[in-house]
Design a protein around this ligand. Structure first.
Ligand code: SAH
Ligand code: SF4
Length: 349
């Protein structure tokens, strides 16, 4: 696909839009089937040392009550996922760089291995870390890592982040490369529809992600968070429905291009549309992440406003998942790890 073709797809309406989604459905059926893998999402801490301009839990947001789940609460959540046959969990948090944090995660990874006799796959999403930290986590049982590049346009990257060493585009790329070299299944992604981003930028993102040859993708619409610096540019935003539509088209294009990667139907999709995640599954996604964070913490992990399911319990999210996937005629692969076929294919070569 040329850049122009990608842009045409992103701009498509009516018949050409329908054809894009039909082709994504075909590729999905052929390469990964109508099967959805579950990841129990544990948002274990909202403490963050960074100040990304778009994010509600950025360090400078004083209106957030900070929390960290205890080791015991994390283990209980992991056990819940294991007992309910999820096959896999995601541990996500704000970014903290310290030996204490590294050691704590390493210890938790060991406990999770122990409780599941190594049968629960763990994905981490804890931001940019030193190679030695990534290595220690990999050696102790983490096998996947999610780190979105957010945007591949360096000028836009600077508009989304403070201009300092702690928020460097180059470092983020080198983290992704380190993760890949260590042997992780690597996931990245972007936000769609933030101020100043153009269709051409999204096309460049798609080309970049394809060239990075990642194993997993997690992308979603940019959503307003009122206590953030970026909210001051809300007058520049395209409508939420357009941000969702562009996100779905980006998923479809990347499904067609990258064929056998794992693509997540992210929560942000559902913040715009009750059935946003189901639409993502229809557009080519094959991973669903029921939130299994204890209810009492959910209100404080608000990266953006109007985050869905904040009053739900893990049981609510679990019960809802079956119904939601049945609605889109996809089968949930209970008990399966759901490793990225793309990654497995590369390891064989
Ligand atoms: N601290 C880690 C993981 C938590 S943030 C990290 O930054 O990688 C996870 C993702 O939430 C980010 O990658 C970003 O893409 C998304 N996010 C944050 N604020 C958002 C917003 N206002 N709208 C949409 N997505 C947002
Ligand atoms: Fe922290 Fe991640 Fe939010 Fe940036 S996006 S402020 S690193 S939690």
């Amino acid at each position: 696909m040329t850049k122009q073709q990608i842009m045409d797809y992103l701009n498509s309406e009516n018949e050409s839009r329908r054809l894009l989604f039909a082709e994504a459905v075909n590729v999905k059926k052929q390469y990964v089937k109508d099967i959805v893998y579950l990841r129990g999402l544990i948002e274990f801490s909202n403490i963050c040392q960074k100040d990304c301009y778009y994010c509600g839990i950025r360090k400078s947001n004083k209106r957030v009550e900070r929390y960290t789940l205890s080791d015991e609460e994390i283990i209980i959540a992991a056990r819940y996922a294991f007992d309910n046959n999820f096959g896999s969990i995601v541990l996500q948090s704000g970014e903290v760089k310290s030996q204490k944090f590294t050691d704590r995660i390493t210890k938790l990874l060991n406990s999770i291995q122990e409780l599941s006799s190594g049968k629960l796959r763990v994905t981490l999403s804890c931001g940019e870390q030193d190679s030695s930290t990534y290595r220690s986590w990999f050696e102790n049982g983490a096998c996947r890592y999610l780190l979105r590049i957010e945007t591949t346009n360096k000028t836009l990257y600077k508009q989304l982040h403070p201009d300092n060493d702690n928020h460097s585009f180059e470092n983020r790329v080198s983290c992704l490369e380190n993760l890949k070299n260590l042997g992780y299944q690597v996931g990245t992604g972007v936000m769609i529809g933030f101020p100043h981003q153009k269709i051409e930028d999204i096309a460049d993102d798609i080309i970049w992600i394809n060239e990075m040859d990642v194993d997993m993708l997690g992308l979603g619409p940019y959503l307003l968070q009122n206590n953030t610096p970026l909210s001051q540019k809300s007058n520049l935003l395209i409508p939420e429905a357009s941000r969702l539509d562009l996100s779905l088209k980006t998923i479809a294009i990347l499904r067609i291009l990258m064929k056998d990667i794992n693509i997540a139907a992210t929560t942000a999709m559902q913040a715009i549309d009750k059935f946003g995640r189901e639409k993502a599954i229809k557009a080519g996604a094959n991973v669903f992440m029921p939130n299994i964070t204890p209810s009492k913490y959910r209100d404080n992990y608000k990266l953006y406003d109007n985050k869905p399911c904040i009053d739900d319990s893990p049981e609510d999210c679990m019960n809802c998942t079956d119904i939601r996937m049945a609605m889109v005629d996809n089968i949930i692969a209970y008990g399966e790890w759901g490793d990225s076929k793309h990654y497995l294919g590369k390891s064989l070569n």
